[in-house]
Write a protein that binds this ligand. Sequence first.
Ligand code: NDP
Ligand code: 2IT
Length: 443
Amino acid sequence: MKYTESVFEDLSKRYSYQPMFLQSVEEVLTSIDPLVVGHKEYEDAALLERLVQPERTVSFRVPWVDDTGTVRVNRGWRVQFSSALGPYKGGLRFHPSVNMDTVKFLGFEQIFKNSLTGLPMGGGKGGSDFNPKGKSDVEVMRFCQSYMTELFRHIGADTDVPAGDIGVGNREIGYLFGHYKRLTNQFTGVLTGKGLSYGGSLIRTEATGYGIVYLAEAILKDHQDSLEGKKVLVSGSGNVAIYTIEKLCQLGACPLTASDSDGWIYDPHGIDFESLKEIKEKRRGRVSEYVDTHPHAEYHEGGCLWDIEADLAIPAAIQNEITLDKAKLLLKNGVKYLIEGANMPTLLNATKLLAEQGVYIAPSKAANAGGVATSGLEMTQNAERLSWSAEEVDAKLNTIMTNIYQNAARAAEEQGNRDNLIAGANMAGFKKVADAMMAQGIV
Ligand code: NDP
Ligand code: 2IT
């Protein structure tokens, strides 16, 4: 049996109760096999066995008091997966679905994503099963303070630097940062995605969405094509979806849809970015409200938005949204490019079908790396106690995304198929981590 297969078989037995973690490991190990075969030294150093085990996981109680005076108890986690390339780095997700499986799959993905950015960042992820939806600002603050009361002892600007993810945006990062500062009496770059007045970077809010579109643009350019006039299906209406939609419009594409966990909107004229931002980012409302001011648009409660003719699809909500049935809808509707905005939005059988049918897939590790890359730029600015202009950060982001595409495409080409960006991204990401692990000894 191959080394990659035996490591995966062993992991599957031990963690059969963590299916998303296994899904993310299976994809990576399958792709990197050509880089591992012929490298007996990896096996001798148990490199893969170490790579698939987080260096540290913490799981903790988060008690807080709601506005009625009732005591509530949530679970909190932080997975410090790999410090081979730098301090652990990755977001925090607050969503009722979060468990150890969620943070392990996200942390594992983050190792390779961060490697692809070319910046010195290891991989980590954290979160809680707390649901910020419907909570008052003060409840969210109390929760964040309680969460940080435990987390602070495990993180630091040179140790582990959390940021946002689903359910964790500017507001939550502010409360988390304020409490960290109070507990440690230190003003450091321990979190990214901070507000601009206290160490945040310009463009970090926009970065994941903008980066997704910069990567899509680089791919299309390589195919002697462009985003101009392209119809795009986008899911989600959070941080990533909003700024994906804005950049698509700026580059002449037409984003037709957006969604939240209640339903989805279809605007045949193209989604009005300002309006969506006002509803979802400012008012914390629902996408259904969009049709109040855009009567020509449609709102559909439930159901799915993938049954519309389009050129590109950008899922930007949550993992495993693109099932086999949705993949069939994409094929039926002529979609040629699947650009993964969310982390791991596609089930493995759906990926397989789409790839077999010639759909180009840009994997999330590459496509959404602009968020963490700009977090890396925020860390640099904090370390030098300077802040760069929006133009400077945006230009760096664009360069990083273009380099990610070129490096991943080159790695794919070396294996005989330049368009297999899934394999290329995994290989390019893995190579750096493997080199660093080999150099650092058995740790
Ligand atoms: P937000 O919390 O800002 O938005 C999440 C969006 O997804 C909301 O529209 C939400 O709808 C929707 N959603 C959540 N759960 C479901 C569900 N079960 N079914 C349908 N829709 C759902 O998160 P982000 O935009 O930051 O994150 C979106 C994705 O991008 C995630 O996969 C995240 O890991 C990934 N990502 C985020 C980065 C960042 O910098 N923020 C960086 C890289 C990747 P509702 O309002 O109803 O909850
Ligand atoms: O999935 C991700 O890359 C993020 N949520 C962003 C992480 C970060 O540290 O900015």
